[in-house]
Design a protein around this ligand. Structure first.
Ligand SMILES: Cc1cc2nc3c(=O)[nH]c(=O)nc-3n(C[C@H](O)[C@H](O)[C@H](O)COP(=O)(O)OP(=O)(O)OC[C@H]3O[C@@H](n4cnc5c(N)ncnc54)[C@H](O)[C@@H]3O)c2cc1C
Length: 401
């Protein structure tokens, strides 16, 4: 990819190291690989294994637990690179659960849990790929979740339903958010929720967890599921962090998740722009390259400007996350996610338009980028909810949700 297309953000030495190493992995997986994964609904296992072999799944896990011990500043480079290197959003979605789930585990997990689990996560031997928060009656309004975890002797029993939980077919453990104190008994809706690490295989074996895949049209290589917990018993040690404080713990992971996904949007936007620009510089109509026409050139240039502007915000927010106070970190993460998803969608849309009829031909890939870019405006939170957060916390307007 032309270096100018990857823009102006200056990388530190460590960031360059990450970029080069991840780029090396990505070059082993060509467009046909990603096209096939999408068409066949196949998880990109070979790609994930190669990243794991390089230790990259443990990028946020401290060295003392076998990880690379890097920070969000390096993760954004890694995720941008995976998306821009051809993987798009599905390439990054295949791995990002492990990355952002490691944040609450490192921060709030018991010493015993960390010593046992994190070294295996870092090498890819054990996967904590899934985060089960969303429910049929609680998507954007995540504080209204109804899944309950009730005390039972020396453990908890979980009952309820989740929806859209990604990668349950590719994980050993899932982080599950459940209510431990009824909403009616807490002062604030944010209280009374807890985070549990659930051994997925054991739960399936005991028949206390059922799942159904959800058919969808974007990021087909990575599957999302509806889950049912029926009297799923977990030991006390499955509780991550403090009982009833899970929402606040989750927020740390969610800010990370938003920034990680914002960086993925930047990479996907750059990838789409690269393909759109290449085609505009080759295809001749009316005896001249279509890129000569401002009707094609300007939308590409505008999308480039927006992707690069969003990239500055994403990198800046990533650099500040560790030291930011939680709400400020939330504003930065939501700004970054909002801008990056809009820019990425704009870039993918003009890439399709520049391809004319081939814009919808699978072999040119841009239609896949557009489907994925559209999805980024819905996840991990819909754009409207990012704006709600910014309105409330950056503009001090009344809370609207
Ligand atoms: C492919 C995919 C993978 C996912 N993976 C996961 C996962 O791994 N784990 C997980 O827990 N969840 C996951 N999700 C769920 C995702 O986080 C939710 O879909 C998202 O938060 C939106 O919730 P919802 O779908 O219930 O939409 P709703 O909350 O029903 O909202 C519908 C629309 O109304 C708008 N809206 C609602 N309320 C307001 C308001 N007050 N102000 C303005 N607009 C509003 C929303 O912005 C949206 O456009 C995934 C979703 C998808 C599609």
């Amino acid at each position: 990819m032309a270096s100018r297309l990857r823009g102006s953000v200056e990388l530190s030495e460590t960031q360059q190291l990450v970029q080069n190493a991840v780029r090396d992995v990505c070059t082993d997986f060509d467009d046909e690989y990603w096209r096939t994964c999408d068409r066949e609904g196949e998880y990109p296992a070979a790609f994930v294994d190669e990243l794991a072999a390089g230790g990259w799944l443990g990028i946020l896990i401290p060295e003392e637990y076998g990880g690379v011990g890097m920070t969000t500043e390096e993760v954004v480079v890694m995720m941008e690179e995976v998306a821009a290197g051809g993987g798009g959003f599905s390439g990054t979605q295949a791995i990002h659960g492990t990355i952002y789930n490691s944040v609450p585990l490192v921060k709030y997990g018991s010493e015993e849990l960390k010593a046992e689990l994190l070294p295996e996560v870092a090498t890819g031997e054990a996967a904590v790929q899934s985060l089960a928060l969303t429910e049929p009656n609680a998507g954007s309004d995540s504080l209204s979740i109804e899944t309950r975890a009730e005390r039972d002797g020396d453990g908890y029993v979980i009952n309820g339903q989740k929806i859209w939980t990604s990668r349950v077919d590719q994980t050993d453990y899932a982080l599950v958010i459940a209510r431990t104190t009824p909403k009616a008994d807490v002062e604030k809706r944010t209280q009374g929720l807890s985070m549990f690490l659930v051994d997925v295989e054991e739960a399936f074996d005991r028949g206390t967890l059922q799942m159904e895949p959800i058919e969808k049209t974007a990021s087909n290589a990575v599957h999302a599921f509806e889950l049912w917990f029926e009297d799923l018993r977990v030991p006390e040690s499955a509780l991550v962090g403090e009982r009833d404080n899970g929402f606040y713990q989750l927020l740390d992971g969610l800010n990370e998740e938003r920034l990680v996904i914002a960086a993925e949007c930047i990479g996907l936007g750059e990838l789409a722009l690269e393909r759109g620009t290449e085609y505009a510089d080759q295809r001749e109509v009316f005896g001249r390259k279509i890129g000569t026409n401002q009707a094609i050139q300007h939308p590409l240039a505008k999308a480039y400007a927006r992707v690069q502007a969003a990239k500055e915000v994403v990198y800046n927010a990533a650099g500040r996350l560790e030291t930011s106070e939680r709400t400020d970190g939330g504003v930065q993460a939501n700004l970054a996610k909002f801008l990056a998803a809009e820019a990425c969608h704009e870039a993918a849309d003009i890439a399709v338009q520049a391809h004319g009829g081939f814009g919808v031909a699978r072999e040119y890939d841009v239609e896949r980028y557009l489907r994925e870019a559209r999805l980024t405006r819905l996840v991990p939170i819909a754009q409207e909810l990012a704006l709600n957060y910014i309105g409330e916390n950056a503009l001090d307007l009344p809370r609207s949700y």
